[in-house]
Design a protein around this ligand. Structure first.
Ligand SMILES: Cc1ncc(COP(=O)(O)OP(=O)(O)O)c(N)n1
Ligand code: 3NM
Ligand code: MG
Length: 523
């Protein structure tokens, strides 16, 4: 058993552990807690200061053990003062003996002696998870932890980490200077680093030359995930690495799975960069960004998991006229669709009165949450905000996606209707999570809707960097032909009348679910 036995036993029991930890009792409310062990940045864009801000923005308590004090600003690092290892150890003992940390996150560990005291304290006070950001060089190019730490990192720290988050330069240093200039080389580096023992490796490609996207490679020993987002053109990128690692730690502390935590963290950084891209702080080349864009809403109510594209598999879209025709409430329609296998619900209530719609939406949110199914609202951002839905779906003539994102914050799901490759590209740039593409076939549900056919759907899928759900005239008889088009990002079908203009929603949903499953196993 390694010295941090507590960490290795974490994954299976994680959710139940944190569920009980965050339960409100009569007099005690436990909050998720992170400990950051890192250096201070006097400019407050990175290091301990960034870590504290991220955790606060994500609704997580963060304690801080300072390993070094740096004199730095937006022009660079002017001077570094390492704290004596004994004093780092005193700080570690103080907090580890008192708090119940869910996650420890490390940043600047500038000497082998400091790593040694950290390892000793983690052995004395086991914690559930360890996030290691192997900080070595500041974004301005200043060496923060030199080659003296490499062997203790490789031999003793990495093997007990649950995730390590090197950028390409750090990954290269840890691997003895290998070249990492392409995504293929990042994948190979992630694999080699995984062999050193961490449970998950995330190689960050923000520094890769000549890429319009920011690509991070995630490897858990079995599967690779390439996490892509549009690169944000801004000078305000100081502290992105610390922010990403601390956000991963905060999401893990709240009970998220590792992949979800990483996706949420990447989205958090992208949104913060977008939100702060034109702010002017300091006169140097690299400015800090604003971590608090999400504080417009209650951080406790953030979803703890990232959007899962597989949820688009059987996408049920309600219609008030159809429910009235068959004499059922929206709530009953939603319940039956979920029971039949719907994997995501959209309330598309074009004629509903606002107040009635809001009450129905609140009930549907409760039902969907209790089944772990996401609920989106069509068109109405106000209703989505008021009922705390998981997101919205908007069309080309609805509110623009970038504005929707700024109103809903980084965690909500945003879908956008696209009939062309150009619209699909714009949706990606604007920060959408998925696109709905159609009408694949003619439909009576939406008036004057242009049909794009299976070919049009194929073109949109090919151009889209986002997952796609097909819509329009789809039902049990033709769902297979849709799923058969050769597009890995086509994740499912969205249907209205095939489920809701029917006597029994439950039966029809089950049948469509079976058809989709069969078509998935065949292809
Ligand atoms: C999943 C999905 N795709 C497309 C649409 C259509 O949205 P929009 O173009 O805004 O048209 P209306 O639905 O608002 O009439 C959708 N609702 N869902
Ligand atoms: C709401 C909607 N949007 C479409 C688009 O093409 O974007 S087609 C459509 C109606 C889909 O209803 P049915 O499943 O009954 O055909
Ligand atoms: Mg719309």
């Amino acid at each position: 058993m390694n010295s941090l036995g507590g960490i290795r036993s974490w994954p299976a029991s994680w959710r139940s552990t944190t569920a009980s930890m965050t339960t409100t009792t009569e007099s005690v409310r436990k909050v998720a807690q992170v400990l950051t062990v890192a250096g201070s940045d006097s400019g407050a864009g990175a290091g301990i200061q960034a870590d504290l801000k991220v955790c606060a923005a994500r609704g997580v308590y963060c304690a801080s053990v300072i390993t070094a004090v740096t004199a730095q600003n937006t022009r660079g690092v002017q001077s570094v003062h390492l704290l004596p290892p004994q004093f780092v150890s005193e700080q570690l003992k103080s907090v580890l003996s008192d708090f119940e940390f869910d996650v420890v996150k490390t940043g600047m560990l500038a000497s082998p002696e400091i790593v040694e005291v950290l390892l000793q304290n983690l052995s004395d006070f086991p914690v559930r998870a360890l996030v290691v950001d192997p900080v070595m060089v500041s974004t301005s190019g200043h060496v923060l932890a030199g080659s003296s730490v490499l062997s203790i990192f490789r031999e003793r720290l990495l093997p007990i980490a649950d995730i390590i988050t090197p950028n390409v330069k750090e990954a290269s240093a840890l691997l003895g200077g290998v070249r990492i200039e392409t995504v293929a080389e990042m994948r190979s580096a992630a694999k080699s680093l995984h062999e050193m023992g961490p449970r998950v490796v995330l190689v960050k490609g923000g520094d890769l030359p000549d890429s319009s996207d920011s690509v991070d490679v995630y490897f858990d020993g079995k599967e690779f995930h390439e996490l892509r987002s549009p690169r944000v053109a801004t000078r305000n990128t100081h502290g992105t690495g610390c922010t990403l690692a601390s956000c991963i730690a905060a999401e893990l502390a709240k009970g998220s799975s590792m992949l979800s935590a990483v996706k949420v963290a990447k989205r958090f950084v992208d949104n913060a960069l977008n939100y702060s891209k034109d702010i002017a702080i300091g006169s140097g080349k690299q400015g800090p960004f604003d971590h608090f864009l999400g504080l417009k809403k209650d951080p406790q109510s953030y979803r703890c998991s990232a959007f899962n594209p597989d949820d688009l598999f059987l996408y049920a879209v309600t219609d008030s006229r159809m429910n009235q025709k068959w004499n059922r409430s929206i709530v009953d329609a939603v319940k039956a669709a979920i029971e039949g296998g719907a994997t995501i619900i959209q309330l598309r209530e074009k004629e509903a009165e606002t107040r009635v719609f809001l009450e129905e939406a609140k009930s549907c949110v409760e039902i969907c949450r209790s089944h772990g199914v996401c609920l989106l609202i069509n068109d109405r951002i106000d209703i989505a905000l008021a009922c705390d839905a998981d997101g919205v779906h908007v069309g080309q003539s609805d509110m623009p996606v970038d504005l929707v994102r700024s109103l809903l914050g980084p965690d909500k799901i945003i879908g956008v209707s696209c009939k062309t490759p150009e619209q699909a590209h714009q949706a990606w740039k604007d920060g959408a999570d998925y696109i709905g593409s159609g009408g694949v076939f003619p439909t009576n549900t939406k008036a004057n809707n242009r049909t794009i056919g299976l070919d049009g759907l194929g073109e949109v899928c090919k151009a889209s960097k986002l997952p796609v759900v097909a819509i329009g005239g789809i039902g049990i008889s033709n769902a297979e032909s849709v799923m058969r088009i050769d597009a890995p990002n086509l994740k499912g079908v969205a249907v209205v009348s095939a489920l809701f203009d029917q006597e029994c929603v439950l039966t029809q949903t089950k049948k469509l679910h079976k058809t989709l499953k069969e078509s998935k196993t065949e292809h």
